[in-house]
Design a protein around this ligand. Structure first.
Ligand code: NAP
Length: 309
């Protein structure tokens, strides 16, 4: 029997990815949505989570697609109501909130899937296997996109807890921490804040592994023309490049695999959520979030030109 699931926060990612993935899934039945201003055809609609939970006791799972500032309260409410919870990235507004949600899930015997969709990009597993048998000598992330194209009208991204350019940048860090066998720490960072906004529009982050290998990252929301979601890893025996956010893999300049990008990630994400629910396990890994929090803690701040959303 498919698990009955409700979606919270019907915006861009819910419509582009979650709803199509759920409609095609044999593991889930999308039965309800909760959103203050949006409705979804063919399911029960509510304006808030509490009403959805009260009126749909048959719900087994809740998938949370709101911005990160709203994740903690919603996830806590759903877990306390006895539901399995899947969280979009970034997982919450503060690191402590994630630790508390993990405890809460364990206490209620429910699954918390704190998801990183980019880890489900087509070439990430192959990259991890390739890197795992080699000695790393360096790494470089270039994650540059046009915020107006990918986050049209999203004021929340510029507010405290909205992550700014780290909203996409954390995807790169989720792939990096998945692929590397070594742990990385932030050493220095430079964050560029538009003078009229509360979150960075660009950032340079210098990281180092436990073994002293440098990994540099450049994140920028002001990219026009070609967009870049690339990770290059250098080893003593070759060079790997993941592009298209992890969908495409090149080794030593030779194309090994090319996939459709974001589209394949969400079916795989929901398949993992179903396996976790049936095994009674949670999956929580806040290392990418810690790297972002550390960049905010240690980063030099530069004020740059104002940005209009
Ligand atoms: P969005 O288009 O702004 O949609 C989020 C929806 O959440 C809003 O439409 C809003 O619907 C609801 N909401 C609830 N509380 C809110 C609040 N405090 N502020 C603003 N909206 C609130 O955002 P999105 O692009 O779908 O992103 C949502 C999450 O998915 C983010 O964490 C983002 O990082 C992640 N994500 C986005 C993408 C992407 O390509 N856009 C890709 C992967 C992951 P109501 O007003 O109807 O309640």
């Amino acid at each position: 029997m498919p698990l009955k699931i409700g979606l919270l926060g019907i915006g861009k990612i819910a419509r582009d990815q979650h709803i199509p993935a759920l409609k095609a899934s044999a593991d889930f039945e999308l039965v309800a949505c909760a959103s203050r201003n949006a409705r979804v055809e063919g399911v029960a609609n509510f304006t808030d989570l509490e009403t959805m939970l009260a009126q749909m006791p048959e719900l087994e799972c809740v998938s949370i697609c709101t911005p990160p500032q709203a994740h903690f309260a919603a996830a806590l409410t759903a877990l306390r109501a006895g539901k399995h919870v899947m969280l979009e990235k970034p997982p919450a507004a503060t690191t402590r909130q994630i630790a508390l949600l993990a405890d809460e899930a364990a206490q209620h015997g429910r699954t918390l899937f704190q998801s990183w969709h980019s880890r489900f990009a087509a070439s990430v597993d192959a990259a991890r296997e390739w890197v795992g048998t080699r000695t790393l000598t360096g790494g470089r992330i270039v994650w540059k996109e046009d915020v107006h194209q990918w986050h049209p009208g999203q004021q929340w991204i510029w507010e405290p807890g909205g992550f700014g350019v780290f909203d996409p940048g954390i995807n790169a860090l989720s792939v990096l921490t998945e692929v590397l066998s070594n742990e990385v720490c932030v050493e220095t960072a430079v964050l560029a804040f538009p003078e009229n906004q509360q979150a960075p529009i660009a950032a340079e982050v210098h990281m180092r592994t436990e073994e002293g290998v440098t990994v540099e990252a450049e994140f920028d929301f002001r990219q026009k023309g070609e967009q870049s979601w690339d990770i290059e890893l250098y080893t003593t025996t070759g060079r790997l490049k993941l592009s298209q956010g992890g969908a495409t893999l090149e080794i030593d300049g030779e194309l090994i695999a090319a996939d459709e990008g974001l589209a394949g990630e969400y079916p795989r994400l929901y398949s993992r959520f179903a396996s976790l629910c049936s095994a009674g396990r949670s999956e929580v890994d806040w290392r990418p979030f810690q790297l972002v929090a550390d960049a905010f803690l240690i980063g030099e701040r530069r004020i740059v030109a104002p940005h209009q959303v």
